[in-house]
Ligand binder design. Structure first.
Ligand SMILES: NC(=O)c1ccc[n+]([C@@H]2O[C@H](COP(=O)([O-])OP(=O)(O)OC[C@H]3O[C@@H](n4cnc5c(N)ncnc54)[C@H](O)[C@@H]3O)[C@@H](O)[C@H]2O)c1
Ligand SMILES: [Zn+2]
Length: 351
């Protein structure tokens, strides 16, 4: 495994060690803890306490609909009002929404200050916090304004998952399933077996988190700027992001990724890229995780329209990251992006 240049700490009670971790990596800066109105009251005081007197807490409203330039501007203004300067370090305490917004604030504040990601959802732990993508949504679609800004460290305390709503836990499993499909069949199987008896006592998801972080950081370390290999992380996301926008974010990111993975696996089997059985395996894993596997009540034409506005579209052509089978992606000779005729996409969306 190729590891990222920054530490990824996964440890129970790590929340109380944020201050110590900042010291250990030589960051004696003032600390802006950016969180949201749900996570803040639960955990921000503990983090602030571990950091000591140099921390202040800045909170944003909960939810994807606040992942906007307006929130970015408000947080930035509040930090300026509080006299934060170049010696600021941002601690992003929350799910992927907070991580993306806070990371984007850090990437632009005083032309860029460090960010430490402290993800508190399963999805953010296994995916969003690693890799350095930050940004906000616009009315035209998701993540259309943003920056690459690697974290100085990622600190994961699995115990905070105890307060996470079940629906959000399930959403995180979508990215875990994705990691298995794109890189590692054995990991895919162990995730499926974990999911099968996750409600019976005694199993912690810590090994799964470590496994996913390893897969994601390995892919990212090999291709930080998404010129090639990193595209495989988009499996399920070309359709997924479009579904997310088309249903006006009524479904969660992870839920849309599950739907996206099933449809994209179907596309892959249909155009002869994926081995038979790939769709069934993906669909089974998502079902075991109680994730949706079929499209919500949105028109296929709407989904196609959002897909064409996506960053991944080039000159109106939509490319997909498609599996060859569980554990392996197709298209290494084509830069991992496979163009699919619009009528095939439309047909499989209409099924
Ligand atoms: N940058 C990346 O590489 C990347 C990768 C994947 C996803 N994302 C982004 O991440 C976002 C989705 O992230 P998410 O699924 O974490 O959603 P989220 O940030 O909205 O969090 C989900 C909900 O859980 C609450 N919450 C968070 N932690 C909690 C805890 N420990 N206990 C109780 N409640 C808690 C939040 O307040 C929120 O209501 C999307 O915007 C997506 O685009 C980014
Ligand atoms: Zn995702």
């Amino acid at each position: 495994v190729v590891r990222p240049a920054y530490p990824v700490i996964i440890r129970k009670q790590a929340l109380d060690e944020v201050g110590g971790t900042l010291d250990a990596i030589g960051m004696s800066h003032r600390v802006a803890i950016i969180t949201d109105d749900l996570v803040g009251p639960l955990y921000a005081a503990r983090v602030a306490e571990s950091v000591g007197g140099r921390a202040a807490i800045f909170s944003m409203p909960v939810g994807e609909q606040h992942k906007t330039r307006q929130t970015w501007a408000r947080l930035t203004d509040e930090m300026l009002e509080a006299d934060f300067g170049r010696d600021t370090i941002v601690v992003a305490l929350g799910g992927g929404v907070v991580g993306d917004v806070a990371g984007f604030v850090a990437s632009t504040f005083m032309r860029g200050v460090p960010v430490v990601q402290v993800p508190t959802t399963l999805l953010a732990m296994v995916d969003a916090s690693v890799g350095g993508k930050t940004g906000v949504d616009t009315p035209r679609g998701k993540n259309l304004v943003g920056a690459f800004h690697n974290p100085a460290a990622v600190i994961i305390d699995p115990l905070v998952l105890e307060t996470l709503a079940e629906r959000h836990t399930r959403a995180g499993f979508a990215e875990i399933i994705k990691h298995g499909v794109i890189a590692d069949e054995a990991y895919f199987e162990s995730a499926a077996s974990f999911l099968r008896d996750r409600h019976s006592a005694g199993r912690s998801g810590e090994e799964l988190i470590r496994g996913s972080v390893d897969i994601k950081s390995d892919v990212v370390a090999r291709d930080e700027r998404e010129s090639g290999l990193r595209k495989i992380l988009n499996f399920g996301h070309t359709i997924g992001h479009a579904v997310e926008a088309a249903c006006d974010y009524a479904l969660l990111h992870g839920e849309c990724v599950a739907i996206g993975m099933v449809v994209e696996a179907r596309i892959a089997e249909r155009i002869g890229v994926a081995a038979k059985g790939t769709v069934a395996a993906v669909q089974d894993a998502c079902s075991i995780a109680d994730l949706p596997t079929s499209l919500p009540d949105v028109g296929p034409a709407d989904i196609v329209r959002f897909m064409k506005g996506d960053k991944k579209a080039r000159e109106g052509r939509v490319e997909f990251a498609l599996p060859a089978k569980v554990g392996q992606m197709a298209g290494s000779d084509r830069g991992w992006g496979i163009p699919v005729p619009a009528d095939v996409v439309l047909e499989l969306l209409s099924q």
